[in-house]
Design a protein around this ligand. Structure first.
Ligand code: ZN
Length: 257
């Protein structure tokens, strides 16, 4: 699940804010019983992670690839990873996800909302600097680095690279800052497009331009696909429309593929 999906879940769970946990069920190496009796102070996303903050600790949920949730419902035949009952009678069930319990300070320091491109306080200049520091690493990998752009998954990165007309194999450190800035703008714009679709209960597929496409919507040429350098995720690009940036000669960098 990518950032926009987690943000939609956070919106839908907002009614739980202020409610007190009356029962906790789930198997975890973390002492989940600590949140029994505690009120939910805040529910918020950062990137692909959802946080439920309590007075003494913060519950972190990573929905991974196939994570799901139900509020006051169940998925037949599936055993929840975590079940929380609340004092108003509502029940939250979380499936196929990674659950962790963190100290509140740790959660706040490590998962800073200014890193999230969907936050108003997002620090885009920082993201540009971190991508530039990646040198010859491919931008297709860099844009999915959760330390730089939390919330960006395979669909967002493919769509943003296409919208910014940047080839995924371009070396991150040799893309002009203005182009990186535009790429980040596209990351944010596509994230919000997806979020609007999700919030309306619609699938994102009709909005996709390049992901799993055969033909480029811009030039009509054939879309290419392949694994990126270090991440085992598939990229889609138009070789005619997306520029493969190169490092200047003499930088000692390996030429991009
Ligand atoms: Zn094209």
């Amino acid at each position: 699940m990518e950032g926009p999906g987690v943000r939609t879940i956070a919106d839908r769970l907002l009614p739980l804010a202020g409610k007190r946990v009356t029962a906790v069920e789930g198997r975890s190496r973390f002492p989940l019983a600590r949140i029994r009796g505690e009120p939910v102070e805040r529910i918020y996303p950062v990137g692909k992670l959802l946080f439920l903050r309590f007075p003494a600790c913060t519950l972190r949920v990573h929905f991974l690839m196939w994570g799901r949730y139900r509020l006051d419902g169940e998925i037949p035949g599936k055993v929840p990873k975590l079940t929380l009952s609340f004092d108003d009678g509502s029940v939250l069930r979380i499936y196929a996800s990674a659950i962790a319990l963190l100290g509140n300070d740790e959660a706040e320091q490590k998962y800073d909302p200014t890193l999230d491109p969907m936050e108003p306080a997002w620090d885009r200049e920082r993201a540009i600097r971190l991508l530039q520091a990646k040198g010859r690493e491919e931008i297709g990998d860099g844009v999915m680095d959760q330390e730089i752009l939390p919330g960006v998954g395979n669909i967002i990165r493919n769509e943003a690279l296409f919208a910014a007309r940047v080839h995924p194999a371009s070396p991150s450190g040799c893309i002009p800052a203005g182009v990186l800035s535009r790429l980040l703008e596209e990351v944010r714009d596509f994230s919000f497009t997806w979020y609007r679709y999700d919030s309306d209960g619609k699938r994102i597929q009709p909005a996709l331009q390049i992901y799993r496409k055969k033909t480029c919507p811009e030039c009509g040429g054939r879309v290419e696909s392949g694994r990126t350098a270090s991440l085992d995720r598939i990229s889609f690009w138009c070789p005619a429309c997306q520029e493969k940036h190169r490092c200047p000669a003499g930088t000692g960098r390996r030429p991009p593929r």
